[in-house]
Design a protein around this ligand. Structure first.
Ligand code: B12
Ligand code: SF4
Length: 574
């Protein structure tokens, strides 16, 4: 192990995510592990109507923006690109990984020892929670939990220096039906990490010590940071990467008050628990500009649920949000301990019956550091024959379930996603429907002030920008029900905000053309999209720690088929 006291004052630091390709079966990974959020865990059964995009490894940019030194961030490298980068000469190589990417992190540490033998190897991210990781991976230092302060300490820098929020897009290469969404995507906002609720399965809460560590502690800090980022990126929309954004009600109300006072109305896509949403008030969410909220509904049963959902009727909450123009992603847990084939079907029916815009089904997965993990470990129920690559919650259970064994969990999961799609239609249709409901409700509200007037215009824009995709669903919907719904919704949109003009018709035709090309592409080569490698260099002694370079170096994606879609910024689900 290298002695960190030997590190030079001005370090050359490489911060990297794990290497691709992603979502393929090889010695380092599994095909279920796509580097995508929606297509992997939410709209995966929705075929061409699935939302497609990539998210950068945000934590790395936060570290880079907050330590002193020449820092390079390498996102989505190939193995060969990583080796090439090592030869540039680094004092520190920081590897960020999650548990299912354990084998990749181990291989990268091995490569770093060979190609950069003098570099200190630091491991961080959720994978660092794996017990005995120091022994399993050849490294010099492991950071568990919040990383900025810990990494500064490691580098012998001031851990309590102010935190700089980097300016970043929330996602890359957004598309649906093979149609790239043009225009600016929402920016990333990370108000803080962790959640105090400590639900027993939740690894983000446990990893950060069941505490909330704010990066932006007050509404004013949030507002000022949002202004800075919005001015730099040219969009007022934000994807808020905070486990339970509305939990700090005072901060959210202060933010709302500042937006109203300055007449600067941002839009937000957030994660929040049902209790926090209810406590903040649904109409306040509309004023705050929330267009999307991810809620952990978890289960219909008392046994499978958590205090955050106590006394709240999930279906009423979901419908009340959608009525107000707020899209809901509801997530539910399958293969909980008490589930049997009968009760699991009831659970799936319950999730479908919520009629949310999107539903995530996830297998109960005990990840290291969680109470659930400790509990199952104590009871001897954890599987020791399953490699970490399989701990992604999309196929096998990583623990011994009393009745659901073998490939039963995966079959239930596939069945759940498929049924949800068939019953509730494609998520994009629901998202347009939600925006239209919100528009009608607000349009009927008397005495709208400037804030609500702004929200009304945003909803109208969202409906107008997204509705061309209905042209594709009218013809190629998953079933007759969806095709009928798409036609009815297109008529309702025309009644509420006007018939499509020449531009609208052109967009509808373009969507159809792109979708046809996409179907051909899927038929010939499949629907995989690998993220491109992104290299960003943060030089030392920079003002405001801004990167000087962000170089996409490789793309494995098909050539984009551009059609105008200015809506990307107004509705970009996380
Ligand atoms: C964005 C995201 C993704 C993106 C990936 C982005 C990327 N480029 O890797 C997408 C959507 C593709 C994704 C996919 C998956 N994800 Co994911 N994802 C997240 C999410 C929502 C946010 C992460 C984030 O940016 N947080 C904000 C930043 C600031 O925090 P951070 O990353 O934790 O970084 C901090 C510290 O951890 C630390 N740190 C991080 N890296 C490093 C490195 C060094 C050197 C140091 C010193 C410190 C350090 O410092 C940072 C600042 O404090 C988290 C949940 C969450 N709320 O954190 C899940 C999460 C990380 N994902 C998870 C999982 C399981 C998956 C999937 C397997 C899901 C699935 N079943 O399909 C896939 C795997 C994909 C793959 N092939 O790798 C788990 C990880 C579980 C675990 N214990 O390992 C999480 C925690 C969600 C959960 N609760 O289960 N994911
Ligand atoms: S409320 Fe959500 S983020 Fe918080 S501990 Fe529970 S599952 Fe995790």
């Amino acid at each position: 192990m290298l002695d960190r006291r030997l590190l030079p004052r001005r370090c050359r630091i490489l911060l990297t995510g794990v290497f691709g390709p992603f979502g393929v079966d090889d010695e380092y990974g599994r095909k279920e592990n796509l580097m995508e959020l929606f297509h992997n865990q939410v709209t995966k059964a929705q075929g061409a109507a699935s939302f497609r995009f990539h998210h950068r490894s945000f934590g790395l940019y936060f570290l880079a923006a907050n330590v002193d030194g020449d820092v390079t961030v390498l996102d989505f490298p190939s193995r060969a690109r990583f080796i090439r980068e090592l030869h540039r000469g680094y004092d520190v190589v920081g590897i960020s990984f999650i548990a299912p990417n354990f084998a990749k992190a181990r291989e990268m540490a091995r490569l770093a020892r060979i190609h950069a033998p003098l570099a200190h190897i630091v491991l961080g991210g959720h994978g660092a929670a794996i017990e005995g990781i120091e022994r399993l991976v050849d490294c010099d230092h492991v950071v568990r939990g919040e990383g900025i302060r810990a990494f500064r300490k490691f580098l012998r820098q001031d851990p309590d220096a102010p935190i700089v929020h980097p300016v970043l897009p929330s996602s890359e290469r957004e598309s649906i039906f093979g149609v790239p969404l043009l225009g600016k995507c929402a920016s990333l906002l990370v108000p803080g990490v962790g959640c105090v609720n400590g639900c027993r399965f939740c690894c983000t809460s446990h990893f950060f010590g069941r505490r909330y560590t704010p990066y932006l502690a007050t509404g004013r800090e949030l507002f000022e940071t949002a202004c800075r980022i919005a001015d730099a990126r040219g969009t007022d929309d934000f994807f808020v990467m905070d486990e339970n954004f509305l939990k700090d009600r005072t901060r959210a109300f202060e933010l709302l008050a500042l937006m109203e006072r300055h007449r600067r109305y941002f839009g937000f896509q957030i994660f929040s628990s049902a209790e926090a949403i209810t406590a903040f008030g649904l109409d306040n969410l509309v004023r705050l500009g929330v267009s999307f909220v991810w809620i952990g509904v978890e289960s219909s049963t008392r046994q499978g649920n958590y205090p955050k959902n106590e006394g709240i009727d999930a279906r009423t909450l979901v419908q009340s949000l959608r009525d107000r123009g707020i899209s809901v992603l509801a997530s539910g847990i399958l293969c909980d301990e008490h589930h049997t084939p009968e009760s699991i079907q009831a659970e799936i029916d319950f999730m479908i019956g919520l009629e949310a815009d999107m539903v995530q089904f996830m297998l109960l997965t005990p990840l290291p550091v969680t109470t659930l993990y400790r509990d199952l470990e104590r009871r001897g129920l954890l599987r020791d024959d399953l490699p970490w690559e399989e701990w992604h919650g999309q196929k096998e259970l990583s623990w011994h379930h009393p009745v659901l064994a073998g490939d039963a969990p995966q079959r239930w999961l596939d069945h759940a996603f498929r049924r949800e799609h068939e019953a509730n239609s494609s998520s994009v249709l629901r998202v347009i429907d939600t925006a239209l409901c919100g528009f009608r409700r607000l349009a009927a509200t008397r005495g709208r002030d400037a804030c609500l007037e702004h929200r009304l215009q945003s909803l109208a824009r969202r409906v107008r920008d997204w509705s061309p995709v209905l042209a594709e669903l009218e013809v190629h919907g998953v079933n007759a029900l969806e095709r009928t719904r798409a036609r009815a919704l297109a008529r309702a949109v025309a009644d509420a905000i006007g018939r499509p003009g020449i531009r609208g018709h052109a967009l509808r035709a373009a969507v159809r053309a792109c979708a046809t090309a996409w179907r051909a592409r899927v038929h010939l080569v499949g629907d995989a999209i690998q993220p491109r490698t992104i290299v960003t260099r943060f030089p030392a002694d920079r003002t405001g720690r801004c990167p000087i370079e962000a170089v996409p170096t490789r793309t494995q994606t098909p050539a984009p088929m551009p059609i105008a879609h200015a809506a990307a910024a107004s509705l970009t689900p996380p």
